[in-house]
Design a protein around this ligand. Structure first.
Ligand code: GLC
Length: 746
């Protein structure tokens, strides 16, 4: 590793423009033979002179060892001090082995498992020669119209914090310079998930108490876990774009959160402050972003084309550039790039160490743990024995279940439901398969689908002969004992720029559901989605005996689904983000404020905070999930009713398996701060335990409650508790009602 002194010397030797070019991030495709207009757009349009491109400090979007070795060799030779480039990529939920999408990972309530999976992803990225993953996304979400909820860890700050910190540790280990480790990038700072109307890139309006106490917690956890990088968000905070918001980036991020790593803008976000109307032009945008402390300009020429002039005009101090470049050089140094600029990049290892059976097995396990059983009238598990099953729907034999952000993965690696089923069921079982309809009809083509329609080539005949396939589906449904209806969102319907006002099933699939449930009353719905959809029509359909939410389950999705359908594995997930009763209810989330007229307890009265045409409660609440067993929580009690500043009281309860097979319960601790100097949520998740019990087995679950657990962030970002009354709830979802009171005394 270079010493700080040597890094300082290197910085001193660099020309101003050379330093500025370290702050430029462009696309790897620019340096490869592929056309400059490759996927990431026309780079030359940024007006970046060739000389700057040749000295760019980092690239994104290239992810194979051979190309990255090639680029590093050629560019270092051109760089005046042969400073190696940083290679960054959206390794969001897996590299070649694709794990379940992040919201599904949150559903596991298993941060330790998420850490293991991130560690595997880091190892796979390492041999491809990558240095930084643009992950984890720490944005708190409350609006499933926003397609990026798929990449989040849901609506709860505590769960999201644990997941975020787990993924950072998985990617970076104790030392990101170690073999098999890469740098994590916590994003998008800050509050991106609060977009008004769930419309991507839209305005965000958050009070400071809500910003600090709900939206900032998971970023803080990722940074506290040592994340080497943070990415700015596209949205405004306090009506100022985050990317040029000095209060947010210097005061909150750098000072309050003590973040001294590299701050990178999101894709084009510096230039977009012109469109926000808060920068006059790209030069003004560059000035503001540098002043706010953004170190790397992702994919625009704002910095490269303007910073030198701004220094000469005395509008920015070169010192700010030096600070930014030092942070970039320190990161390169931490990764050991000065000693070995190619790090782990190795085409042979890439072929050998990615997508191994062990990695696949881990992906299968996390997928099983992520599935949420929303409804089950006893039809599941099916067992693997003799029976007639019709697997119907666009996902019955479809590899496209790795999400729109699995950009380094390949759908072809995925195991489909059909492939897994034909292996898992015993000889006597008769299995038939029919798509019936495409995931999305051609009439529902979304912007951006054109270039990736090859995913839907499997539906060519279904598009050509729709009636034939619908009739075939109905016929199969009539023949079968059980229908497994494999339906849901197209994988491109969640992710970036996929906001929708209608988050129900695609039209053609609604038709399929209705036709099939007319002729078969034993329907199991396997639901694929990147977000909580509005599914009351499915849940209330009397022929639908079970609903298994499988999200976008990744490379081993088919295997995990069949394991759960047969009962070889149990669905381990719990709802990480509320499923709305209807679209009009959005935003709906469990950790809401009481209001001055809480409807609870006043259902028959009029002037209370409720809708006249829908309940306040979601269809499925945060923390909910059925298992193949059944559990009851009883005898909740506290070891004391007064908690002192340095004391601890124990909240405990007994959980018993009252079902007929072994199962895992997720026992949850919620706490309510009954009175605060600012409104406090009606309850907040403060702990959970996954506990596996045999039939009839009972276990006492204890949670230690201490004063730090009761703290909250006020509008200045102070983290403090207030004496007074609290209530502790222990249950199997956020709908738990029974609680025990205690006081924090000072
Ligand atoms: C995108 C996303 C961000 C991603 C980046 C690089 O616009 O907002 O999450 O990491 O650009 O692809």
């Amino acid at each position: 590793m270079m010493t700080e002194e040597k890094l300082g010397k290197l910085l001193e030797d660099m020309s101003l423009q050379e330093k500025i070019d370290q702050m430029l991030q462009t696309a790897g495709s620019f340096y490869l033979s592929v056309s400059r207009e490759a996927l990431l757009g026309n780079i030359t349009a940024f007006g970046i002179p060739q000389a700057d491109m040749d000295e760019a400090g980092s690239i994104l979007g290239t992810d194979d060892a051979k190309s990255l070795i090639d680029i590093q060799k050629r560019q270092m030779a051109k760089q005046p001090h042969h400073i190696p480039m940083l290679f960054m990529m959206d390794v969001i939920h897996g590299m070649r082995t694709i794990f379940p999408m992040p919201l599904a990972q949150a559903a596991t309530f298993d941060p330790e498992l998420a850490e293991k999976c991130a560690s595997v992803s880091a190892g796979e990225a390492y041999v491809s020669g990558l240095h930084v993953a643009f992950s984890p996304m720490a944005d708190l979400v409350r609006d499933p119209r926003w397609g990026r909820v798929m990449e989040s860890f849901g609506e709860d700050p505590y769960l999201a914090s644990l997941m975020c910190a787990g993924v950072v540790r998985g990617f970076q280990g104790e030392d990101m310079g170690e073999s098999g480790k890469i740098c994590a990038c916590v994003k998008h700072f800050a509050g991106y998930g609060g977009a008004e109307g769930g419309r991507d890139y839209n305005t965000v309006q958050l009070s400071h108490p809500t910003l600090f106490d709900f939206y900032l917690r998971a970023y803080r956890a990722g940074i506290a876990a040592g994340a080497g990088m943070v990415m700015t968000s596209f949205n405004t905070i306090d009506d100022k774009p985050a990317t040029t918001n000095e209060w947010l980036m210097r005061h909150v991020l750098r000072e309050q959160m003590s973040f001294n790593g590299v701050l990178i803008s999101d894709f084009g976000a510096i230039k977009e402050t012109v469109a926000h109307g808060t920068s006059e032009d790209e030069k003004d945008a560059a000035r503001q972003a540098l002043t706010a402390g953004v170190d790397i300009d992702m994919m625009t020429g704002c910095y490269a084309a303007n910073l030198a002039e701004l220094v000469k005009e005395g509008k920015v101090s070169e010192k700010l550039i030096d600070e930014a470049v030092m942070r970039i050089l320190r990161l390169k140094n931490k990764l050991g790039l000065f000693e070995n600029p190619f790090r782990g990049a190795d085409p042979e290892k890439e072929a050998k160490l990615q997508l191994t059976p062990e990695n696949r097995a881990l992906a299968e396990k996390q997928a099983e743990e992520s599935f949420v059983l929303l409804k089950n009238n006893g039809i599941l598990p099916l067992g693997a024995g003799p029976q007639k099953i019709a697997f119907i729907g666009p996902y019955c034999d479809n590899r496209n279940m790795i999400s729109s952000w699995a950009v380094t993965g390949r759908a072809d690696d995925t195991v489909t439901i059909r492939e897994a089923a034909e292996k898992a069921f015993e000889k006597g079982a008769e299995l038939r398969f029919e798509y019936g309809v495409p995931t999305l009809g051609k009439d529902q083509n979304y912007k951006g689908f054109e270039e990736r329609n090859e995913a839907d080539r499997i539906f060519a005949d279904v598009e050509k002969n729709p009636q034939k396939h619908m009739d075939a589906a109905v016929k199969l449904a009539s023949w079968a004992d059980t229908v497994v209806l494999c339906i849901g969102e197209h994988y491109l319907q969640s992710g970036e720029a996929t906001s929708r006002t209608d988050i129900t099933l695609p039209k053609r699939q609604k038709e399929l559901l209705s036709r099939v449930t007319e002729v078969n009353k034993n329907v199991v719905v396997v639901l694929f989605s990147g977000r909580p959809l509005v599914i009351r029509d499915i849940a209330e359909n009397p022929a639908v005996q079970a609903i298994l939410e499988v999200w976008m389950p990744g490379t081993e999705g088919g295997s995990a689904i069949v394991n759960v359908l047969t009962g070889k594995a149990e669905p381990g997930g719990r709802v990480p983000m509320s499923f709305p009763y209807c679209i009009g209810q959005i935003p709906v989330y469990y950790n809401h404020f009481s209001t001055g007229r809480p409807a609870e307890g006043h259902e028959e009265e009029r002037f209370f905070s409720e809708y006249r045409d829908a309940p306040n409660d979601p269809l499925y609440e945060f923390g909910f999930g059925l298992t193949y067993s059944d559990f009851e929580v009883s005898e909740e009690k506290l070891s004391g009713t007064e908690l002192t500043e340095n004391g601890t009281i124990t909240a405990l309860a007994k959980v018993r398996n009252i079902g007929s097979r072994e199962g895992t319960a997720v026992v949850q601790l919620y706490i309510q701060d009954v009175v605060g100097s600012q409104a406090r949520p009606v309850k907040e998740l403060k702990g959970f335990r996954r506990v596996t019990l045999a039939p009839g087995e009972e276990k006492e679950i204890c949670f230690a409650v201490d004063e730090p657990m009761l703290r909250f962030y006020d509008g200045e970002g102070n983290f403090r508790s207030e004496a007074g009354e609290f209530r502790a709830f222990i249950g199997l979802s956020s709908r738990v009602k029974k609680s025990a009171a205690f006081r924090l005394i000072r």
